[in-house]
Write a protein that binds this ligand. Sequence first.
Ligand code: GAP
Length: 445
Amino acid sequence: MAEENVKNQELMDKLVSLCKRRGFVFPSSEIYGGINGFWDYGPYGARMKRAIENLWWHEMVETRDNVEGLDSTIICHPRVWKASGHLDQFSDLMTDCRNCKSRYRVDQMEDPTTCPNCGSKDLTEPREFNLMMKTFVGPVFDEEHAAYLRAETCQPIFVDFHSVRVATRQKIPFGIAQIGKAFRNEINPRNFTFRSREFTQMEMEFFCEEAQGMEFFEYWKEQRINYYRNKLKFKDDFFRIYVHEKLAHYAKAAIDIEVKFPFGWGELEGVHHRGTWDLSRHSEFSGEDLSYMDHDNHRKFMPTVIETSVGLDRTMLALLSAAYDEEKAATAKEGMEEDTRIVMHLPPLVAPIQVAVLPQSKKLKESAYALYKEIDRHFRAEYDDTGSIGKRYRRQDEIGTPYCICYDFESGNDNCVTVRDRDTMLQDRVNVTQLRDYLEKKIEA
Ligand code: GAP
């Protein structure tokens, strides 16, 4: 575990630095000084993010007959946010320090009468601050034309419930899933990407009868825990379940899946039993009846909803924090001092590069590159022939590539290559005809 090797703050600093250096994540608009709470994903970050999205989509939609996908707009009719309660209630209490001009969320202050930055007691009265981001639709910038960037991806799922059901002829129980951007004007964005102002959510709303609600709540809770354990390879001491005792008035049960981030435990995903609240509210505010007609049993009812909701940016941060490690390694040449191997133990399913092809020498470029092109059809692959082979292995370790293939001077004769395992650094000699099968088994394991 990373925590055993490096201290937490240090780990965070190292992670931020690695993310910048190797093109995972960097501040948005950096050449203009950045913009607080906004982050860009560089080439490896974008690949990894896409891989996580694809994995989630595959697990939640593609492999299930009873979950449909949706891709709705970011800007919806403003009444959506009135019905959901966001316009009236989605706010935090904030206070400003009159002395140093810092701004805080009151619920995050240890002592809400003293400025944590300068120690001044001269703070403004706490006041409500709505987190919805506002814009205007059309050329007139007045309240009548105000609209909001969605604060969560689930609301359009409720709004489109009827259309999706009719289009797909799904019967209850079934779910609708969506991946997309959400926006919140967080007062204090912090902890790298953990609390951002623009982020991606992956949400699934599962519609069922009230009597099945708790059964499906337990089912989805287990499904999601299995996903973290088996697909994202979370270790038991890396995550925990927080059971909500104080519930929203409409909710029947709620848990959070929390992760040990370098700055402490933090929420990664929520699995919530939301009752009939959302569909009832949208029926009331839109005037459209969103209840479900069960033709088999001649019954009409408002479906109960079980939600699974996870942040993609937080998933990445969790994976990157769990993956970071530093190992003392002896350099290849005898007599040289020990050096440090920075290695990201990322799960092969979501590593930005799964296989790197590295010729022993540039003279082997033609054959090695042809092999790379073949591998690249099946895996996220990269070709690199610059610098010594040792340096190239280290570069791949640092971005978390689980398998490096070395094409050497023997390869042309025996049709075999050496496959190096990132974690054990052990090497296997594999026939090129067996390579795809070999790698698939390892990556899926
Ligand atoms: N539809 C339910 C919902 O949106 P939430 O707990 O507010 O619930 C769900 O958000 C998930 O979205 C969180 O568990 C977290 O992973 C992610 N998330 C929420 N706010 C975030 C922020 N400011 N920055 C990054 N991720 C965030």
